[in-house]
Design a protein around this ligand. Structure first.
Ligand code: ZN
Ligand code: ZN
Length: 593
């Protein structure tokens, strides 16, 4: 393994010399900056063997470094040869800092401008310029030149998302979007989930996330232009697009951007998500660049009535599958012998029998005992662990259905919990409930609410090192912007947004806890005597929360009432679809405290 990667770095260095570069910047990204990267674009993994979901490497003729975030500090040492790649923390010692220390006057650090956003390119150019070096866009990626068995880009046919589930036709969405464009002549959309949502299309190039790997140019007047491989367009998709968009090969986007420049157009791009290549092509063509957030982000995040209805249906269906799984788990786990992968497989099987499962929304995290202390634990044949007696089992999973995307975490005990486990579990639960019950005025951001989920941990001198909640798409990405619930989010919450509510607690080497429900922002009932409109959350996720882990004495009256009411609702809505032993189990699991 090491030798292969050593050889790969040697061959890359030879190619860098040939291209007259002193180094190369290797992000984990494809041309669409999405979370899931297709095989052909896994250049970072090919070069370094690093398998995490985020990271960057810099290879110079003499040195090589890999940058990873806090989640991957341990993993990077297991996967990457540190004699070749020195590991650095992406936030504490970012690439810009490394550049300042390791590059010198006249150095040329190359990068593939399709794989780096306009914003990243600006930051890294400045870091290079500060030491007299330059950040150089290349025309052909030097890794592709030495990666001899690089896979081809995927060519899976698209599907039309029926209006019955989308709620609005693509033509209506385009019309709405144009209304908000002001004096902009055209928008370049580069985010695959924006393109998927706007055109009511779904794609299947990468697992778990049915986004469409395509660029779109939306002029203020006239048809949109969609840049996508012709192989992905079925007769149905062509028919669907006929009246709203023309389709073009991806390589023709350069010509289209130059035409915008020629027409002296004012063009909107989102520099946080648009590749540097697109920005540079527009700038070179002398288009007037207007920068701002992708205009699809907010309408996509504010689910319309049909999408809201779909989310509820998807959640009930998924709640039935998860509840049946929890029932099965409670019966099977105490017998011993059950592994994490067995559990994940069975959970998937319960979702498959709904007959509606399109895909999982991410790879299931089935974490037993100490594995539960790793928030992004990845179960493999090698790591696969048995569910031990008197140990915690945490399972974070989700599904893609045509009417909605789900994401749920339940933490259960196999056997008997310790008093400490119950204390921590109850503190996490209290936070989850208090955030769910929040009433807040319009304009409130996730960061202002975040403490509600943490307060009971903070008061015990504890915390958790991940965000409290992320946006969730409608049969799209399980992680969707722009709103989040975290210590630093700045996007006001708006009715129709779906977010996760997932506080946790992690004790390294011992156990971990996370309880995750999806909630939807809605306009709250007016409070008597109140004088302004308020918002609140509706819970969408339906599955019992393990009562054996709750220290009832720690709950306030309001929290206890909330949980009893939640369980009564789960029993009613999920119980309708269960019978026999499963229904009997659900009644017990949902009994009032
Ligand atoms: Zn989750
Ligand atoms: Zn989540």
């Amino acid at each position: 393994m090491t030798d292969t990667h050593k050889t790969r770095v040697t061959r890359l260095r030879a190619e860098l010399k040939r291209q007259k570069l002193t180094g190369f910047f290797v992000p984990r990204a494809d041309e669409f900056q999405g979370e899931y990267v297709p095989e052909y674009a896994e250049r970072l993994r090919w070069l370094t063997n690093f398998r995490g979901s985020a990271g960057v490497a810099i290879v110079t003729l003499k040195k090589a470094a890999i940058f990873i975030d806090g989640r991957y500090v341990i993993q990077v040492r297991q996967q990457v040869d540190e004699k070749i790649f020195a590991p650095f923390h992406l936030m504490e010692e970012p690439p810009a800092k490394w550049i300042a220390r390791n590059l010198k006057k006249g150095d040329r650090l190359g990068f593939d401008p399709w794989l780096v956003t306009a914003e990243q390119a600006k930051r890294l150019s400045e870091a290079c310029a500060a030491v007299g070096a330059s950040f150089v866009p290349v025309d052909s990626n030097p890794i592709d030149a030495v990666w001899t068995d690089q896979p081809q880009p995927p060519m899976v046919e698209l599907a039309v998302q029926p209006t019955q589930f989308a709620g609005r036709t693509a033509a209506e969405k385009l019309k709405d979007l144009r209304k908000g464009l002001g004096n902009v002549d055209a928008v370049v959309l580069t985010q695959p989930d924006s393109v998927a949502w706007l055109f009511n299309l779904r794609g299947f190039d990468v697992p778990h996330t049915p986004v469409v790997a395509a660029y779109a140019i939306l002029p203020a007047k006239g048809k949109a232009q969609l840049f996508i491989a012709a192989e992905k367009l079925t007769a149905e998709v062509r028919q669907h697009l006929r009246s709203i968009a023309t389709t073009h090969a991806p390589k023709d986007i350069g010509t289209a951007l130059r035409a915008l420049g020629k027409a002296k157009a004012r063009v909107l791009i989102d520099p946080a998500w648009t590749s540097e290549r697109i920005r540079a092509l527009l700038a070179k063509a002398k288009a007037t660049l207007v920068t701002g957030p992708d205009p699809v982000l907010l309408p996509k995040a504010r689910k319309n009535r049909t999408e809201q209805e779909g989310a509820r249906n998807a959640q009930t269906r998924d709640g039935v599958a998860v509840s049946r799984f929890l029932c099965w788990l409670e019966r099977e786990a105490p017998k011993g012998g059950l592994t994490e992968l067995d559990a994940a497989e069975n959970l998937k099987a319960f979702r498959e029998v709904t007959g509606e499962l399109k895909d999982l929304s991410f790879e299931t995290i089935p974490a037993s005992g100490p594995h539960a202390a790793i928030p992004h634990y990845h179960a493999t044949e090698e790591s696969n662990r048995k569910l031990g007696r008197n140990e915690i089992f945490l399972v974070d999973s989700g599904a893609q259905y045509i009417d909605g995307t789900t994401d749920i975490t339940r933490t259960v005990i196999v056997g008997t919990p310790t008093a400490e486990m119950k204390d921590r579990f109850t503190r996490v639960l209290k936070g989850m409930i208090d955030l769910t019950m929040a009433r807040f005025p319009k304009g409130t951001t996730g960061s202002q609410l975040d403490i509600l989920a943490r307060q009971h941990l903070w008061s015990a001198g504890l915390d958790f090192d991940h965000g409290t909640g992320h946006g969730v798409g409608a049969y799209l990405s399980v992680h969707e912007g722009p709103a989040r619930i975290s210590k630093s989010d700045r996007t006001p919450l708006e009715p129709g947004m779906i977010l996760s509510n997932e506080p946790g607690f992690y004790k390294q080497g011992d156990y971990g806890i996370r309880i995750e429900n999806l909630v939807m922002v809605h306009e709250a009932k007016t409070v008597t005597g109140g004088d302004r409109p308020m918002l609140g959350f509706d819970t969408l996720t339906l599955a019992p929360i393990d009562r054996r882990l709750i220290d009832v004495a720690l709950l306030s009256d309001a929290e206890r009432k909330w949980l009893d009411a939640y369980h009564a609702r789960v029993l009613k809505e999920v119980g309708d679809h269960l019978a026999g032993d499963e229904l009997a189990w659900l009644k017990k699991a949902c009994a009032p405290l």
